[in-house]
Design a protein around this ligand. Structure first.
Ligand code: NAP
Length: 538
């Protein structure tokens, strides 16, 4: 059934995005018997795993917890191939889920939501797309992802460049032939590291433009045997609950030791064990003091610095690659696979932008304050307008026409990252001030949020107007709690997308709640058990 502006289609709910959370949200709302339409900008399902096709893209979460838990049949059917799945496998998995549960038919693909306006009189959202479609819906659930809107840094001269410029998150589906080319990469975050280590031996010359060096942990990524899969399957029922009770939604939790009470030798032994796991355990399953205690963190950081330094032949290059001016784990820690050895190769050069900043892009390549680097291809691994970007590029207007974009320009606020005061019946996942915005194994947190939202919608539909929004007092309370927890950590002192420092003019506030997935889950549950206390339900 089509709709037009004169007779907008009436729905119960609109879902924005067909990634991990959007697909699951559709599945759950169908169970309630709601009339739902989803809109997805991409041509198919997958979200992050649809867009991020750059060479080497892969999860840093183990595949056995980077999945849905809602269907035993699905858990039984799907065989993960590696401990950490590449993009292609995760994308294939999400397509499999979409087909198995017949989710595609309720999504419009290639359709970007451009506006959502709350109509007070009818108690509905009017939602518009770039395809000219308008629908009315009681509820909107924004499942747009946290890392959706790519950043092209404000460097002069892009249009002058005669080669090809590609942002990693817009990598063409049919690939890019880099063989024999002179390739430049700007950015050494989780994405840049994966690209660099993957393409170094394919290209003629690789020039890496690094502003901030990163701590990174070597990934141990065996292929999974039938026996390993059987073992993991046996643990699925336990894991499904366990991940919700941990600090970051993983299959490991922070250690309960008191850092200061252990001897240095004992601490080192523990760090060695965590490191040997070849996962993010060294970060999110480590000493809890890592996030708050400078002395503890310095020891943990130094352990990593030593390991990076040992892998690089040239001490001057090592000096550039070893982070010294911020603490380990206060930026997103990537896993890597041969990344540091890349800089021992003859065809790779590292340009330290702190010493020689980029002046501009030229017709030939990149000019720094020192020299010009000729390039055929320029890869931008320069990240995203995280947390807020996906929603602020939609013209969202709540009660009295107030713009969410304007609100978040002044003050990035939400109530548990689930709703915002003044925007009734608008729900969100992976949004600011919830763990899912950054400090969580994403599937763990989005499944928890979608389940909460679904039960909330079920509850609200029994009320006369079926309208819910947080009170301003509840939101103030949540923002204050969020800030208090954030300000007690070392993260606020480090520039990164966690603190909004990667986008000019963005408010400096920790984008995600760092009080822990378990604590967050309990608070959400209490709200529900107390009849949505702090929320106005009409
Ligand atoms: P990012 O962490 O924000 O890194 C962006 C990189 O671009 C940084 O090195 C940054 O330098 C650099 N950059 C930005 N503007 C620049 C400029 N004007 N000049 C020079 N350098 C500039 O982005 P990302 O690597 O795409 O990662 C984003 C997030 O996506 C990750 O943190 C992670 O959560 C997720 N991700 C996950 C995986 C995985 O699971 N394996 C893989 C990729 C991404 P500065 O640090 O100096 O700002």
């Amino acid at each position: 059934m089509s709709s037009n502006d004169n007779h907008p289609r009436q729905l119960d709910a609109v879902i924005i995005g067909a990634g991990f959370s959007g697909l699951y949200q559709l599945y759950r709302l169908r169970e309630l018997g709601l009339r739902v339409r989803g809109f997805e900008e991409g041509a198919s399902v997958g979200g992050t795993w649809y867009w991020n096709r750059y060479p080497g893209a892969r999860t840093d979460s183990p595949s056995h917890i980077y999945q849905y838990w809602f269907s035993d049949e699905l858990l039984e059917e799907w065989d993960w191939q590696e401990r950490f799945s590449p993009q292609s496998e995760t994308e294939r998995y999400l397509n499999y889920v979409a087909d198995k549960f017949d989710l595609r038919r309720d999504f419009s693909f290639g359709s970007r939501v451009t506006a959502a306006h709350w109509l007070e009189d009818s108690g509905r959202w009017q939602v518009e797309t770039d395809r000219g479609e308008t629908v009315l819906a009681k509820f909107v659930i924004a499942c747009c992802g946290g890392l959706t809107v790519p950043i092209r840094p404000p460097i002069e001269g892009y249009d002058d460049f005669t080669g090809e410029i590609i942002h990693t998150s817009r990598w063409p589906a049919d690939g890019v032939d880099l063989a024999g080319k002179r390739v430049g990469v700007i950015g050494t975050g989780a994405t840049g590291i994966q690209v660099i280590q993957t393409i170094a031996d394919q290209v003629a010359e690789l020039t890496v433009f690094q502003r901030t060096p990163n701590y990174a942990i070597p990934m141990h990524n065996p292929r999974l045997t039938d026996a390993a899969r059987a073992d993991l399957r046996q643990r699925y029922p336990e894991l499904k609950n366990y991940v919700q009770k941990t600090f970051a939604g993983f299959d490991a939790d922070q250690l309960q030791y008191d850092f200061a009470e252990l001897t240095p030798a004992h601490r080192r032994e523990i760090l060695e064990q965590l490191w040997a796991d070849g996962s993010l355990k060294y970060w999110i399953g480590s000493f809890k003091e890592l996030f708050s205690d400078e002395r503890a963190n310095e020891e943990i950081s130094e352990f990593v610095r030593e390991r990076i330094r040992n892998r690089i032949d040239d001490p001057e290059v090592a000096d550039k690659l070893v982070p010294t001016d911020y603490y380990f784990g206060t930026r997103r820690v990537p896993l890597e696979n041969g990344y540091f050895e890349v800089y021992n190769r003859e065809n790779v050069r590292l340009v330290d932008l702190r010493q020689t900043p980029i002046e501009r892009v030229t017709a030939e390549g990149i000019r720094t304050s020192e020299t010009e680097y000729p390039l055929d291809v320029l890869i931008l691994a320069t990240g995203f307008d995280t947390g807020t970007g996906a929603l602020t590029r939609i013209d969202i207007r709540g009660r009295e026409g107030h713009s969410l974009k304007e609100l978040w320009k002044r003050d990035i606020r939400t109530t548990l990252g689930l709703q915002v005061h003044g925007y009734p019946n608008l729900f969100m996942t992976m949004s600011p001030l919830s763990p899912s915005a950054a400090f969580c194994n994403v599937p763990t947190c989005v499944q928890q949020q979608v389940d909460w939202i679904t039960r909330c919608i079920k509850h609200v539909r029994n009320h006369p107007l079926s309208v819910i929004e947080p009170t301003v007092e509840k939101e103030d309370e949540w923002v204050a709690h969020h800030d208090e927890v954030a300000n007690g950590t070392l993260l606020m002192d480090t520039d990164s997308w966690y603190t909004g420092a990667n986008v000019e003019g963005k408010q400096r506030r920790l984008i995600a709640y760092i009080g822990g997935v378990a604590a967050y889950g309990q608070m959400c549950q209490q709200i529900e058990e107390n009849g949505y206390q702090g929320f106005s339900v009409r």
